[in-house]
Design a protein around this ligand. Structure first.
Ligand SMILES: Nc1nc2c(ncn2[C@@H]2O[C@H](COP(=O)(O)OP(=O)(O)O)[C@@H](O)[C@H]2O)c(=O)[nH]1
Ligand SMILES: [Mg+2]
Length: 234
């Protein structure tokens, strides 16, 4: 016997209920990210969200970049960490304006945190780096309102990581292999890594550099010059 919701002989049948379905309502994070994006555009601030596992070399690359762009751009930094302000202190020692966000256990930055940090940034900047919490998985799910997303992977982590953490490599505008000075010692196969990244994301360039020896820094600075309006004269 066929029983439908309107079957009068079936006392357990439920009356059809109209359920409102609302599409395209932005999540709270996406709404704040949009506000951040508008603020950053209005103030002509190009923002890069740097994501990697802990220790991949984000702060070291920032220090080398700040030194290389000395006098060429007004740089600001937002530091995201679970706890402490050691990275922010290191950046502040260069004279660069910096705001520390402590997530108190949270594994990623979100758009409201960046909104607050933008309000706390005390200087005008053209180029803003956000050092996200060290984590290859969670940060990529949170739009911050940034212009560019950058994934860093250090050579000692291994060239197979796109197999294991595809999400981050799919979602970024640029991939940087850091600590390339260590590649020969840890059997990091750069060509294999490029092939794996491009299998997930054909558009993202893969740069390889060492902030320690300076190898490959030129290509990173060229990428910045091509993507950051105020550096286009470089
Ligand atoms: N050999 C080598 N070590 C590096 C390089 N970049 C960073 N490191 C080291 O890696 C460690 C973690 O770097 P850090 O910048 O703090 O990583 P973060 O946690 O991603 O900010 C530090 O001991 C750095 O000196 C590099 O290009 N080559
Ligand atoms: Mg750091």
């Amino acid at each position: 016997m066929h029983i439908s919701a309107n079957d009068e002989n079936n006392p357990t049948a439920l009356a059809p209920v109209r359920i409102p379905v609302v599409k395209n309502i932005l999540s709270a994070n996406a709404q704040t990210a949009q506000q951040n994006r508008e603020y950053l555009t209005e103030h002509r601030i190009t923002t890069l969200n740097l994501m990697s596992s802990p220790g991949a070399g984000k702060t070291t690359l920032l220090l080398a970049t700040i030194a290389a762009l000395d006098g060429l751009a007004r740089i600001g930094v937002i530091e995201g960490d679970v706890a402490s302000q050691v990275d922010a202190e290191t950046i502040a020692a260069t004279g660069t304006p910096v705001v520390q966000i402590n997530t108190g256990g949270g594994c990623h930055l979100d758009a409201p945190m960046i909104g607050n940090a933008l309000g706390a940034l005390e200087a005008e900047v053209d180029l803003l780096f956000v050092e996200n919490v060290g984590n290859l998985i969670c940060p990529v799910s949170f739009d911050l309102g940034e212009r560019y997303r950058v994934a860093l992977l250090s050579a000692p982590e291994g060239h197979d990581k796109p197999y294991k953490y595809p999400g981050i490599f799919e979602a970024v505008d640029l991939v940087i292999v850091t600590k390339v000075d260590l590649a020969p010692y840890v059997d990091f196969d750069l060509e294999k890594f490029r092939e794996l990244v491009h299998g997930l994301n054909a558009d993202a360039p893969v740069l390889a550099l060492s902030a320690k020896t300076g190898e490959g820094m030129e290509a990173w600075l060229d990428w910045l010059a091509a993507h950051v309006e105020t550096l286009s004269a470089l």
